[in-house]
Write a new protein. Structure first.
Length: 278
């Protein structure tokens, strides 16, 4: 074992004191070695690093404001409506969406270009909001036994600061966004995300459409989204089942095709790709 890894393990063991936390969506208790306050600290410290690593923000106020407005609309009907949420569109060609703890949610230009309606965008953002609310990141870090997971925990438990000489902030940012959710977490994000988007007034079939798009793209080449969001199996089956049993009689829910074209697709068509290598 390297001295660096031994140091990080010691830091984690020394600081393990938060124990279990209750998932507000399911009511289940889960092992959580990271507190909610540490979530917020990690998000605040590493969000700028993530933005730099992913090509920076898309330089268009219309796009950013639109993404934020859709995200905030959904967050307000979540189980944690009083948390601060930050929605950022990144100038990166990968097809991806991901979170940092503490309410930082990112979506890439590559993903935005593949979507065609506001309801599809709402489905993606609602899924990520569930990951934040249920603190799936903290659960993933608490499960993780690899060196990368230990580094993330050590940073969290030492006040969101990297232990001296262990990692650059940019390296740790990559470790954080690379943590892989469990299939159970993914299923929960799918179903609760569906409930959130309908509560916010969006047509739930937007989620079906966005997931079908991701599967099509993944058949051509591996989609970055699935590297941290594993397929829970039968995703489309249980999503359709939830819609039919719970929302089959709902009408007049928002699709937003024209607004999405106006505020996202048209502005993106005028932008150049980030020069930062992927």
């Amino acid at each position: 074992m390297s001295k660096k890894l031994a140091l990080l393990i010691s830091a984690v063991i020394f600081c393990l004191c938060t124990g279990c936390a209750v998932n507000p969506i399911t009511g289940e208790k889960r092992l959580m070695m990271i507190s909610v306050q540490q979530d917020f600290e990690i998000g605040r410290q590493y969000a700028p690093e993530v933005e730099k690593e992913m090509g920076g923000r898309i330089d268009n106020k219309s796009v950013q404001n639109y993404i934020d407005s859709v995200g905030q609309r959904i967050a307000r009907v979540s189980h944690k409506p009083y948390w601060d949420y930050h929605f950022v569109a990144l100038n990166h060609k990968s097809i991806n969406a991901f979170t940092l703890p503490g309410g930082y949610i990112f979506i890439t230009k590559g993903m935005l270009k593949k979507l065609t309606t506001e309801a599809q965008l709402a489905g993606i953002l609602a899924h990520e909001i569930v990951h934040v609310v249920a603190r799936h990141y903290a659960a993933a870090a608490s499960r993780e036994t690899s060196e990368s997971g230990i580094m993330v925990l050590a940073a969290a438990l030492s006040g969101a600061k990297v232990p001296a000489g262990a990692l650059r902030a940019a390296d740790l940012a990559r470790q954080i966004i690379g943590l892989r959710y469990s299939r159970k977490d993914e299923r929960e994000a799918d179903l609760a995300g569906l409930d959130y988007m309908v509560a916010a007034g969006y047509n739930p079939y937007g989620t079906i459409e966005s997931m079908k798009m991701l599967e099509r793209e993944d058949a051509v080449r591996p989609v970055e989204f699935f590297s941290t969001h594993p397929d829970p199996q039968n995703r489309l089956v249980y999503l359709r089942g939830r819609i039919q049993t719970r929302y089959g009689t709902f009408g007049g829910l928002r699709i937003g095709k024209e607004d999405y074209r106006k505020f996202v697709l048209e502005p993106l068509a005028k932008l150049k790709d980030s020069k930062k290598p992927d």
